[in-house]
Design a protein. Structure first.
Length: 560
């Protein structure tokens, strides 16, 4: 089937847009390819269409678990075989998915970068017929980038398993040095390599900076003048609810979102906003990845991000439908000083990092010379209370320790829900006063999982939802009701940070932090901070032109 026919059959579009077709032609011709496309540029089409057209399975590496789940669900809905492997899944589930990929039953296999180096994946991957490898959010592989993730370096290991398979690297935020680093880290060299760049210019999106110390008042003024759906970005979790409540009190229907909310609450708040039951969502930067709502009319940054890359990606969620939209940054007189203070918070003194390392050992009772390979759940609030540290500096120290190779720090690893029946199977069959949804959930659990009468077992609410034709939220509420009636013990899935020692514990005074993972990165971070301040304070050049120049794209001067 021709790629145009695939696009029409599954997505309903008559033609490709931007550089989509060039990227597809390149990867289907066996060339390593880099695609630079702004937020809303249609990245997913560039790998999903050729994955269907080519023989074998396309491996899609992405750090965004919520995004991979959404895309897998959507692909299955339109009749395309897709699956995902991510942290928190049981070994049996992973094995089943990998075996299906080996036997040609899967066209797209999404996988988080942390899973790439696992023995089970490495073993099974050797036997797969891989069509090509897609690296989404490819800027994460670069230490020059604003969102470097060490786990992305493992992608090179997959290339050694399938050296003749082309790689497609996609990103929406990459400066010229980051693009070069992506090429180097993924070994994208030689005559077979193609680079395609889509203009980052968004003619329908007006970038605006409002200089004000009355951010609340200015925000209310903007939201009352600009109608339609809106996102307000803030830096702290606490502030999301405070501002959402304030907006609602002023007649602007709002909700909030951050990584610390439980799964059901996040789903509810996101669904209310996406279906326009709520007009405004106030969120931290945890919100937005993979959210495809085309009619967002305004994105307001109440707090200033620490990089133009982060700002550009978040602001770009406005106006994806091509209609006039606004990206507004509220910048106060003290914001430049606040931004510069983040440099010391993000790169605390090396002796402090060593102290955090020692305190981790005391916290987990890990002796010198031991601990290699051991993993622990990490409650940062409890840790900070016990050792009287500030969470921001502790988190920054953990990232430095990870870059230095002493630990692995997984900020939010999702653990699956667990269930244990408290009554016998016979009692279940005689159950009275159970609602229809609860009956369906019980039957689906018994059909899909075993051993739950003797011990806890992992379950996937999305599988139960699929079998019962209920929503994931309805499954969650049914399980909660069954828990309250003491029919089963239900432990909801949660997102838990983990720390794993990658080598034997040493005394903190012996830790070494080379310039490449401390001084050089600190210097680059400071440069990004200054670039952000310059963008916010430079009123002599249009904001759009400043952004284009930052990403290495020239443009004609435009009037302010």
């Amino acid at each position: 089937m021709r790629v145009e026919e695939i696009l029409k059959q599954y997505w309903g579009y008559d033609d490709f847009r931007g550089i989509q077709r060039e990227i597809i032609d390149s990867i289907m011709s066996g060339h390593d390819t880099v695609g630079l496309m702004p937020t809303g540029g249609g990245k997913s089409i560039t790998f999903q269409v050729p994955a269907i057209a080519m023989e074998g399975v396309c491996l899609v590496v992405t750090p965004l678990i919520a995004l991979m789940k959404d895309q897998v669900q959507h692909l299955r809905k339109i009749g395309i075989s897709a699956a995902a492997i991510y942290s928190g899944m049981s070994r049996d589930e992973i094995l089943m998915i990998l075996e299906n990929a080996i036997f040609g039953k899967t066209k797209l296999l999404y996988i988080s970068p942390e899973r790439l180096s696992s023995d089970i994946f490495q073993t099974k991957c050797r036997h797969m017929h891989v069509s090509f490898i897609t690296v989404d959010e490819a800027h994460c592989i670069s230490q020059w980038g604003y969102d470097f993730r060490p786990s992305y370096l493992r992608i090179a290991d997959v290339r050694t398993l399938h050296p003749d398979v082309p790689v497609l690297a996609l990103t929406a935020t990459a400066t010229p040095p980051v693009v070069q680093d992506i090429q180097d880290k993924l070994s994208l060299t030689g005559n077979s390599f193609n680079l395609f760049r889509m203009s980052f210019e968004r003619k329908n999106l007006a970038y605006v900076v409002r200089h004000t110390d009355d951010k609340m008042g200015e925000m209310l003024h903007i939201l009352s003048r600009v109608g339609g759906s809106a996102i307000v970005y803030v830096r702290s979790r606490r502030k999301t609810k405070e501002i959402a409540d304030m907006l609602t009190a002023n007649g602007l229907c709002s909700t909030y979102y951050h990584a610390g909310l439980d799964h059901a609450t996040k789903d509810n708040h996101q669904r209310d906003w996406q279906t326009d039951a709520t007009r405004i969502i106030v969120a931290t930067n945890a919100f937005g990845m993979g959210i495809d709502k085309p009619d967002v009319r305004v994105v307001i940054h109440f707090d200033c991000p620490d990089s133009i890359e982060a700002y550009f990606q978040e602001a770009g969620r406005a106006g994806r439908d091509g209609q006039k939209s606004y990206a507004v940054l509220l910048f106060g007189s003290g914001d430049a000083a606040k931004l510069r203070r983040r440099i010391a918070e993000t790169f605390p003194d090396k002796d402090f990092v060593r102290e955090v390392y020692d305190h981790l050992a005391y916290y987990y009772q890990v002796g010198i010379g031991s601990g290699a390979g051991k993993a622990f759940e990490f409650d940062i609030d409890e840790f900070c209370r016990r050792f009287r540290h500030f969470p921001v500096q502790v988190e920054s120290s953990l990232h430095i320790l990870q870059r230095a190779g002493y630990i692995e720090y997984t900020e939010m690893q999702e653990s699956m829900a667990r269930v244990h029946f408290l009554v016998t199977r016979e009692t279940l069959y005689r159950l009275e006063n159970a609602g229809e949804s609860e009956d369906k959930v019980i039957v689906a659990i018994l059909r899909n999982y075993g051993g739950l009468f003797s011990d806890f077992g992992f379950i996937d609410e999305s599988i139960i939802a699929r079998d019962t034709h209920l929503s994931v939220h309805q499954v969650y509420m049914s399980l909660r009701n069954l828990h309250q009636r003491h029919i089963l013990h239900f432990i909801p899935r949660k997102q838990t940070p983990y720390i794993r020692y990658t080598q034997r514990r040493d005394d903190g005074c012996h830790l070494h932090f080379p310039p490449s993972i401390y001084e050089e990165l600190k210097e680059r971070y400071a440069a990004r901070i200054e670039a952000m301040i310059s963008y916010a304070t430079n009123d002599s050049i249009s904001r759009s032109q400043q952004l284009l120049r930052y990403f290495g794209e020239s443009s004609e001067p435009v009037s302010l």
